[in-house]
Write a protein that binds this ligand. Sequence first.
Ligand SMILES: Nc1ncnc2c1ncn2[C@@H]1O[C@H](COP(=O)(O)OP(=O)(O)OP(=O)(O)O)[C@@H](O)[C@H]1O
Ligand SMILES: [Mg+2]
Length: 247
Amino acid sequence: MNPIIVLNNIHKCYPLYHHITGGFRNFLFHMPTAVKQLQNTKFWALQGISFEVNRGETFGVIGRNGAGKSTLLGLIARVMKPTSGTIAINAGKIAPLLELGAGFHVDLTGRENIVLNGMLLGMAKKEITSKLGEIIEFSELHEFIDQPLRIYSSGMLARLGFSVAVHIEPDLLLVDEILAVGDIEFQKKCIDRMLEFKKKNVSIVIVSHSMQDVEKMCDRAAWIENHKVRMIGDAKTVVAAYKGARE
Ligand SMILES: Nc1ncnc2c1ncn2[C@@H]1O[C@H](COP(=O)(O)OP(=O)(O)OP(=O)(O)O)[C@@H](O)[C@H]1O
Ligand SMILES: [Mg+2]
């Protein structure tokens, strides 16, 4: 197998923001111990994650709120760096659908954002112009496409993001829980498009709380618990274990 993503012993640490307890005067009095204490308040969102995603595979990431799933996807999308460990991505074009509206500008219209986002994701201006009609049609945003993004609902933002991402013809599609805010018809359309991608050997990583979607689409899945991999394997087996643990 030829992996498209190789994660090797990934750790991610976030600084934590703390109140200065005991008052500022006390803080000054106990310097530099107090400063050291502040610096030591770190939070390890990922603790030793290692796995591979194969080319052409649809891979699910599941786990409870705060487990570290979005952090993991952000690292794969290269929007941030791991504190330690290595990540190798063997993909040309990555389409990251991370949080809602990421990479978009609220003062620009939907149409303008398609152009901006397409270019940020590595499309040539000509390519975007030729696909603009198709992207708008897929989004079904109709007349709202010429309205500024600030008036968009979360479902409308998801529609715009998904429409751009699937039209850049990526090698790797990263989807973080974005389907959840779309209506049933749009969800179905997105899932159908992802199944089409699957047939074309595009690799997909999906973070989802919908076990049904994960079972339906994913070949394998990783269950992240307490910032570590609790289980990894065939999607159905991992989903069953995850559900079992919560009963
Ligand atoms: N920028 C940040 N600074 C500090 N801590 C953060 C930051 N981003 C995330 N965290 C913390 O890291 C942990 C993992 O967060 P993450 O967003 O990856 O969880 P998640 O598995 O995606 O959860 P959810 O299912 O709720 O989306 C959480 O405890 C969160 O509070
Ligand atoms: Mg998340």
